[in-house]
Design a protein around this ligand. Structure first.
Ligand SMILES: *Cc1c(COP(=O)(O)O)cnc(C)c1O
Length: 395
């Protein structure tokens, strides 16, 4: 074999690494989640938000699945991320909204990537449009209260005038106005109302300035699900497309969504130990009685948070907590006494997804949110694209 890599790693199931440790991505779940949100958001268009390698799910397969399911737009933080879908031949309307002075604006314009503009970018984008000999398509962003990117309301009219001047010169077209919400995951908070009021005012001013807007957009996943009055012409769907809930009191299932990622590893070792056995760096866990310890070959080098305490793992029909510290490559689960520990080597351990625990449970164990749990799964974990569920299961 030319590569020197055997096609069958010896267990009879095919190539090795995917079977040792993998993130299975269920593209049928991605499509179903997009379709569900299309129904909820209609007549608004759905933008599939694919930043950060599609929240760890893999940008190209997810882009294809989202478009197949009827998403009308693709959204990214950085131009560099958006260029990846263009390089793959995907021509769908695409927006990138987070830039630095080194951003490749001319290339974005030449490749029909719409650009979010909060302020300083406008002059740079106009200059890049001149260079690209093509007008830029821009979406002006108003900061209605999040306090991150976006133009402060006090400077909005100035930004509109500057954009109108460039538009008159033929260097750009303002095709969108947008904002981002701060507390939509807590639907009872009043700040969303004031953000939406400010947004409507900003849209009115933009239309009054003569811009012929194609899309007004404000809603992220929590607002899509809880604030129909935030839908406008387009909604920006991230978390929900991956099947996760943005709400602390509602599960994916409650929302009619299906988690798309299943994180699995084969147990690397199981051994019997006496009572009092310390486990992992710092010896923060000690066995209470003679027991069997399973070694799970995933750690913070794979994106499993080191801060997690008691993260749940499904093994052999039982959900058990991780014990001791998560290391770079591995962590330990206490199985209780096993008659034949060696027989468990090679069994699958499901960290989350499918029939296993949820990303939300790992988020709780690590004091973070489900967004971070899936997004941080590192490139060391092979992604396997599936439709529904997939074998092999246990050897
Ligand atoms: C990430 C992001 C989204 C998607 O948010 P979700 O809550 O994951 O749906 C939408 N809009 C902007 C500007 C974002 O940065």
């Amino acid at each position: 074999m030319e590569s020197g890599v055997p096609e069958d790693a010896g267990h009879g199931f095919g190539p090795g690494p995917l079977f040792e440790r993998r993130a299975e991505i269920d593209l049928s779940a991605i499509r179903d989640n997009v379709k569900r949100v299309i129904e909820l958001a209609a007549p608004a268009t759905v933008m599939a938000v694919l930043k950060a390698d599609a929240y760890g799910h893999g940008v190209l397969p997810v882009a294809a699945a989202a478009l197949q399911a009827g998403a009308g737009w693709l959204g990214f933080a950085h131009i560099s991320e958006a260029l990846v879908v263009r390089d793959a031949g995907i021509t769908a309307p695409t927006l990138a909204w987070l830039h630095t002075t080194d951003a490749p604006f001319a290339e974005a314009i030449a490749r029909n990537i719409d650009l979010g503009v909060s302020g300083w970018e406008l002059d740079r984008i106009a200059a890049a449009a001149k260079q690209a000999e093509q007008p830029a398509r821009v979406h002006l962003k108003i900061d209605t209260g999040l306090g991150r990117n976006g133009c402060p309301p006090a400077q909005w009219e100035r930004l509109l005038r500057a954009a109108a001047a460039y538009q008159d010169e033929g260097l750009l077209r303002v095709v969108g106005v947008f904002t981002h919400l701060a507390v939509a995951d807590e639907p009872d908070r009043a700040e969303t109302d004031s953000q939406l009021t400010l947004f409507r005012e900003a849209v009115d001013l933009a239309e009054g300035a003569g811009f012929d807007l194609e899309v007004r957009h404000a809603a992220n996943t929590p607002a899509i699900l809880s604030r129909p009055d935030a839908h406008f012409d387009m909604v920006r769907l991230g978390l929900g497309m991956y099947g996760l809930s943005p709400f602390s009191d509602q599960t994916s299932q409650d929302l009619g969504l299906r988690p798309a990622m299943r994180l699995v590893a084969r147990i690397a070792n199981v051994k019997n130990v006496p009572a009092g056995q310390g486990v992992s760096y710092g010896l923060t866990y000690r066995t209470a009685e003679p027991t069997s310890l399973a070694l799970i070959p995933m750690g913070y080098g794979d994106g499993v948070p080191r801060s997690a305490v008691g993260g749940p793992v499904l093994i052999d029909g039982r959900t058990l907590p991780s014990r001791g510290r998560i290391a770079m490559d591995q962590f330990v689960v206490d199985l209780g006494p096993q008659e034949d520990p060696a027989a468990l080597v090679g069994r699958e351990a499901v960290l989350f997804g499918g029939e296993g625990p949820s990303a939300d449970e790992w988020a709780a164990a690590a004091h973070t949110i489900n967004y971070e749990i899936v997004t941080r799964v590192s490139p060391r974990v092979p992604r396997l694209y599936v439709e529904g569920t997939w074998g092999p299961k246990d050897v």
